[in-house]
Design a protein around this ligand. Structure first.
Ligand code: C5P
Length: 227
């Protein structure tokens, strides 16, 4: 099943404290951004990549794409203030496709089998997102006091990719923009329109490179994979 992917890459990465876009940091000789892009470049079912970028980083990113032979990029629209705006600027430029995936450019360890499961599920059911089961005991805390211990069996930690039939995501983004709703992921926009969103069990390796510790974990994941 074919799909196109939107990769928001226009963040500032402040929590990484690198003084530059964390996606340009190197893991085993390649920028994080290129690790992510190569997963989709090498997936025969991916027919197009849309990358939301900061205007001042477009030229550098274009150079990286050329250097690493990333040929599937169809557009590099300007990112926005929030991640959701960056995704929206890609969706607005895309032509109608059957399935669209949204994936954080900062999650370079996504695998083709998880992508395939998400695409298949979204094709049949409309919306499917990657997640893993919560490992720790989970409590709701307010003002430093436990309010509730939440049943862990019901809790998932949500990742990307998030896969949708194009029309569903388009409508959800359009409505969110009109009413000024800001979500922390695309699924939230779709959920609030009443569509069921299905979960696909992904991998604990599919981390989002956020803080410096993640660079160490990232190197370890790559080492394990190359053994
Ligand atoms: O900051 P965080 O890691 O949560 O961002 C997730 C992804 O969204 C990153 O790949 C980042 O580059 C992207 N992003 C964006 N536009 C923003 C904020 C984040 O494209 N305004």
């Amino acid at each position: 099943m074919r799909y196109e992917v939107v990769l928001p890459a226009a963040g500032s990465g402040k929590r990484m404290g690198a003084g530059k876009n964390k996606l340009f940091l190197i893991l085993q000789n390649k920028p994080i951004l290129i690790h992510t892009l190569e997963v989709f470049q090498n997936d025969a079912n991916c027919t197009g990549i849309w990358l939301a970028v900061k205007p001042e980083e477009r030229e550098y990113i274009q150079r990286l794409l050329n250097e690493h032979h990333i040929t599937k990029v169809k557009g590099l629209p300007n990112g926005g203030e929030e991640r959701q705006h960056s995704v929206h600027s890609c969706i607005k430029e895309m032509e109608q496709v059957d399935i669209v995936l949204v994936h954080d450019a900062a999650r370079p360890f996504i695998t083709n089998d998880i992508i395939a499961s998400l695409v298949e599920c979204a094709d049949v059911k409309g919306a499917a997102i990657a997640g893993v089961r919560a490992k720790d005991t989970m409590k709701k805390v307010r003002d430093g006091i436990i309010v509730e211990t939440v049943d862990r069996d019901d809790l998932w930690m949500i990742q990307t990719p998030q896969a949708f039939q194009f029309d569903i995501l388009y409508k959800a983004e359009d409505v969110a923009e009109k009413v000024g709703f800001l979500g922390t992921d695309e699924a939230m926009l779709v959920e609030r329109l009443g569509y069921p969103v299905h979960i696909v069990e992904a991998s604990y390796d599919n981390i989002k490179m956020t803080t410096v510790e993640d660079l160490v974990i990232g190197e370890a994941i790559l080492r394990k994979r190359s053994q």
